[in-house]
Design a protein around this ligand. Structure first.
Ligand code: SAM
Length: 636
């Protein structure tokens, strides 16, 4: 999933969701696996509701240490917290006296903020239960930035017909295919010959290749098989399980009830409600994003379908996994354990007494103390016994076509299984596979793409960074009696070059009867399918693919058309005759778009035969949102 952005819209709050398009109003920058830094003043937080709380964007991060704190102290400013994500910094500061607030605002705005931008000081969005105390009137009325319902944030296209949504996404992908031409042409400097595809005629509409439009999702309501809910305060100050009402970096921390979100399933809504009811009886606090305190942080609901319910309007769900993320610091171990057991009893009782009863297959707690909800893949997972069931498991199963897939809590799986079937079938068709093909599935997750195509090829080599996903992929091969797959747990950038060169690929004409010989590692052709996270492929991977001359066919699948095009510039731009830059030195990438950066990286690309874009298509995996998957075939 592909997924995940930094796309315009808002993302789910977990690292896994970097790879997929968002379902929630969490800050996309919060979803990343990027480094985060925190400055926190653990001092007096009392009285914050009646003080003057300000949100500072573009905080001068270089002052994040002592100098900034000193300035704040001089002004008698209470510094709640600040976070740095992807170079953007947001802080919350609080004053007792309006005069101090004005004075500090002037001082802060006179500084140079992060990335050279001016700090912007605005009122932190008041929450309605604070309104009376601050004398600001009804916070909800005043706060034009806060949407009326979280569904406006999570499913911004929901008010349009599905046809209109598809048109909008199709046009968006057509636009990036035009940008592809413009940016790649800019790489043709110093007399570099311009390939024909860079001067597309009118029939191509200025696009780099044939564009086959958009494939619709077979299911458009409640299609998500995975939802990551934040736990926090609603606008009324109630503890709630739902989605963030806007971006944290805009000062929005309020959580909205997901009841009107059309992409969320009834089961996910049911469990968000059930956990919400439970935490309102808990002595432990919900997570407060402004000062990074509290216990209950997130709920992930994952669903696996019954076999053979594919393409039905309402998916029949056979298995459900719940992962509740908590921040356990400072809580005694036995108090925690008791609360986990109480939660297991409450959730299972709610599920079994619902009419009709709701499935519950696996219940886990993820303990994570970091600032962002994006827990590392190895954050401790505690499996809870579900009362009334004999065994506790840590995974669920879903189906792609007639293959069964085991899915572990942190493993990626496309969130719209029905539409994913269409996506994988198309990728396989375009890959032009045969019995002598060696297929690389780069960023393979639980092995979905490789395993669904394994019977058409000689051998599949999958590469995946998440160890649990690789264990799932190996299990999935066995579950489906597939024996010609190898799955390697590694960063693709660390192993792709070595793996590509490990197998002998003989040209078709010289191939003998035994050209496909997995023991001797000989094949007659090699094909690569890549399906990276939203950030795209690492430059080492694009370089390895480009310089591997035996690779003639590459299918790129992505939930982020921008990074797909950026990587395709590196794969398809003609080699320049100009001197190569050394190690990217001298590059000033500040504020550069992904495509601009790709053009810069082209300057380091060794001379090699470029690929040519042949055709592209969009596949709508995320109805009601701005997102879609894109597939492009590159050949040479
Ligand atoms: C969009 S998902 C695609 C997964 C799979 N193809 C599917 O459709 O289910 C991207 C996958 O890339 C993996 N990933 C992220 N960075 C990676 C890297 N540097 N090397 C290898 N895999 C990576 C993620 O863990 C995730 O499973």
């Amino acid at each position: 999933m592909a997924g995940e952005e930094e796309c315009v819209a808002l993302a789910l709050g977990n690292a896994a969701d970097l790879e997929e398009a968002p379902a929630s109003g969490n800050d996309p920058t919060a979803a990343g696996d990027e480094e985060e830094e925190e400055v926190r003043n653990d001092g007096d937080q009392e009285g914050r509701s009646k003080g003057l709380r300000k949100c500072v964007q573009n905080l001068p991060w270089y002052m994040g240490g002592d100098a900034f704190k000193r300035l704040l102290e001089e002004q008698d400013i209470k510094f709640a917290s600040a976070k740095k994500r992807k170079g953007k910094t947001v802080g919350f500061v609080e004053f007792d006296v309006a005069e101090h607030a004005e004075h500090a605002k002037v001082k802060l705005e006179a500084m140079t903020g992060s990335k050279g931008k001016k700090p912007k000081v605005s009122d932190a969005l008041p929450r309605s239960w604070e309104a009376d105390e601050t004398g600001n009137g009804d916070a909800k009325e005043e706060n034009a930035e806060l949407p009326r319902d979280v569904s406006e944030v999570v499913t911004p296209l929901a008010s349009q017909s599905y046809e209109e949504q598809l048109r909008e996404k199709r046009d968006g992908v057509a636009t990036v295919l035009r940008k592809f031409v413009r940016h790649t042409r800019k790489c043709c400097v110093h007399g570099t010959p311009v390939p024909e595809w860079l001067t597309p005629g009118k029939e191509k509409g200025g696009m780099a290749c044939d564009f086959e439009g958009i494939i619709s999702s077979p299911v458009v309501e409640g299609y998500r098989n995975k939802c990551e809910f934040s736990i926090g305060f609603s606008a009324d100050g109630e503890s709630v399980v739902g989605f963030q009402m806007g971006m944290f970096r805009k000062g929005i921390t309020t959580i909205g009830n997901p009841r009107n979100c059309r992409n969320v399933s009834d089961i996910a809504k049911f469990y968000a409600g059930a956990l919400g009811s439970f935490i309102r009886t808990s002595e432990f606090q919900v997570w407060n994003k402004e000062n990074n305190s509290g216990f209950w942080r997130m709920l992930t609901v994952r669903e696996g379908r019954h076999p053979r319910t594919c393409q039905e309007e309402v998916p029949m769900v056979a298995e459900v996994m719940l992962v509740v993320q908590v921040s356990p610091s400072g809580i005694a171990s036995d108090a925690k354990t008791k609360e986990y057991e109480r939660m297991a009893r409450e959730l299972s009782s709610a599920a079994f007494s619902a009419s009709p009863p709701v499935t519950l297959t696996a219940l886990l707690v993820q303990e994570h103390v970091g600032v962002s909800n994006a827990a590392p893949a190895d954050a401790p997972l505690i499996s809870l016994a579900i009362p009334g069931t004999e065994v506790s498991v840590q995974y669920i199963h879903d189906y792609i076509g007639d293959l069964q897939f085991r899915i572990s809590p942190t493993a990626f799986f496309q969130v719209n299984s029905f539409a994913a079937e269409k996506l994988y079938a198309l990728a396989g068709e375009w890959a032009g596979l045969g019995p002598n093909t060696l297929l690389f599935d780069i960023c393979c997750g639980t092995g979905t793409i490789g395993l669904t195509l394994a019977r058409k090829v000689g051998m599949v080599v999958g590469i995946e960074i998440n160890a649990d996903a690789v264990t799932d992929a190996l299990t999935n091969a066995k579950l489906n009696n597939i024996s010609n797959c190898r799955f390697v747990c590694a960063k693709a950038e660390d192993v792709v070059n070595k793996l590509l060169n490990e197998y002998e690929v003989l040209p078709e004409e010289s191939s003998e009867d035994n050209a496909m010989d997995t023991d001797k590692k000989r094949f007659s052709n090699v094909v690569v399918i890549v399906d990276p996270p939203r950030s795209g492929l690492h430059p080492t991977v694009t370089k390895a693919l480009r310089v591997h001359s035996r690779l003639k066919r590459l299918v790129y699948v992505s939930c982020n058309p921008d990074t797909l095009i950026a990587n395709s510039i590196e794969l398809c731009a003609p080699s320049s005759t100009a001197d190569k830059q050394k190690n990217g030195r001298g590059m000033n990438i500040k504020g550069m778009s992904s495509m601009g950066y790709a053009r810069q990286r082209m300057k380091n690309m060794p001379n090699s035969e470029p690929f040519k874009p042949v055709k592209a298509v969009a596949v709508d995996l995320f109805p009601h949102t701005h997102h879609c998957e894109m597939v492009m075939l590159l050949q040479r």
